[in-house]
Ligand binder design. Structure first.
Ligand code: RNT
Ligand code: ZN
Length: 421
């Protein structure tokens, strides 16, 4: 896109937003507060590198599609991540799963992992001036095959996953310590059952017990922030999920952890955006897993849709940006994976920019004075305001491709790198 066209369009947009009391220059500088944690698993369909050619399996999360060029090593993954970073404006973190350690060809089971297996990533992140986040991987493992991990009635299995998760928190704390920014550690487990479960309370008691054991080890907040993620149902856990929203809300409030809101994990008509202002009254910070649910699937590439807009608007309207950790969580193997990554990351950033471009005081004024027609018409008006021009300008000042230029860049990468893998 031509630079002078972007600048001209921005000047016009600035005037139009100025006329409704919105300062676009301020919005551009506030975009620095929007830090997106990139989920590393979009590069290889959540396979990981514990073994050569490891694939996703066991635990109910599934990437579909076989678009060529999937990252088959950590080196390829890092190339892909650098490509993504070169195509998105603003600041990012990297969100790793335990299965992405560097094990040097050795078999290191999940209850044996150590910070040293992730030192390469810490150094990688340090060089790029980025923070890291981390996740225990309680799926794609023989001990997760029967559908239960931290809530398993088999003491050996439960112990294994407790040990794994404890180690993951220690690794995350080390990441936070070395990088000078706390790592968020997120716990998601697949535990649940496909058919009617009878002894639900026993399973939930076991999950509570495991979490209590895991969190009995304390780390300074400046190194580690703990979060727990609920789900409504998954493939193979249609009838009952042990870690439901009610379970984790209760656990988080009582034990002072963060809660992870994955917007693909609720009833399709339930709005995660609406939950934020309630949850923030009782919990210090939240972690978002931004995604796009489609029917029964929760992991489609994030797009700038109503669901995402409400989430960003509610955070901005509640003036809660500093209490929200923004993560992404989608994996689609049916299209160019780097392209999918960039679409989703940009969609999240666009949503926050769109929310920041709201004339908040004017809207609240309408609301307080019963001017409901004016409130709704203003919200409609905002949808046709030239926020695309502000977005392009933001890309320009961040020195990343604006407009459709990033699509061409991804096309080149596909030919030059992905097609040769
Ligand atoms: C699964 C959860 C979880 C995973 C990642 C890979 O339903 O959303 O967050 O997607 O940990
Ligand atoms: Zn998630």
């Amino acid at each position: 896109m031509k630079k002078d066209l972007i600048k001209k369009s921005y000047q016009l947009a600035k005037e139009q937003y100025g006329a409704i009391g919105v300062d676009t220059d301020k919005v551009i500088s506030r975009m620095d507060d929007i830090v997106i944690s990139l989920h590393c698993w979009q590069t290889d369909d959540v396979g990981g590198f514990e073994r050569e050619g490891a694939e996703l399996g066991g635990g109910g999360i599934q990437a579909t599609g076989n678009f060529p060029g999937k990252a088959r090593s950590i080196a390829q993954m890092r190339d892909d991540l650098d490509k993504v970073l070169s195509l998105v404006p603003g600041r990012q973190r990297l969100n790793l799963h335990a299965i992405y350690g560097e094990f040097g060809g050795q078999k290191v089971d999940r209850d044996q992992i150590e910070p040293k297996h992730y030192q390469g990533w810490i150094d990688w992140a340090k060089k790029r001036n980025m923070g890291l986040d981390f996740n225990c991987t309680c799926f794609s493992h023989p001990l997760a095959d029967d559908g239960f991990t931290l809530s398993s009635k088999n003491p050996k299995v439960r112990k294994f996953w407790v040990e794994h998760t404890k180690r993951c928190r220690a690794i995350a704390a080390e990441m936070g310590k070395q990088l000078g920014t706390p790592a968020v550690h997120n716990i998601w487990i697949p535990d649940g059952s496909k058919d009617v479960a009878v002894d639900r309370i026993a399973l939930r008691k076991l999950l509570r017990k495991s979490l209590d054991e895991i969190f009995s080890v304390k780390y300074p907040k400046k190194y580690l922030k703990d979060s727990v993620e609920s789900k409504l149902f998954g493939i193979g856990s249609e009838a009952m999920v042990v870690g439901s929203h009610d379970f984790y809300m209760g656990y988080a409030v009582k034990n002072n952890t963060m809660i992870t809101l994955d917007n693909g994990h609720f009833h399709p008509t339930e709005q995660v955006g609406d939950k934020i202002s309630s949850i923030l009254l009782f919990i210090d910070e939240i972690l978002l897993h931004l995604t796009r649910g489609v029917r029964w699937d929760s992991d489609h590439v994030l797009t700038f849709n109503d669901d995402l807009q409400l989430i960003a608007q509610e955070i901005v309207r509640a003036r809660a940006l500093e209490r929200v950790n923004i993560g992404l969580d989608f994996f689609d193997a049916s299209l160019n994976r780097i392209g999918a990554y960039v679409i989703g990351t940009r969609a999240a950033q666009i949503a926050f920019m769109y929310a920041l471009l709201e004339p908040h005081d004017t809207l609240v004024g309408f609301e307080e004075n019963g001017k409901t027609f004016e409130r709704l018409s203003f919200l409609e008006l905002l949808k046709t305001m030239p926020f695309g021009a502000v977005w392009d300008y933001y890309c320009l000042v961040n020195d990343v491709p604006a407009g459709k230029d990033y699509i061409d860049e991804i096309g080149k990468y596909e030919k030059k790198v992905l097609a040769k893998r």
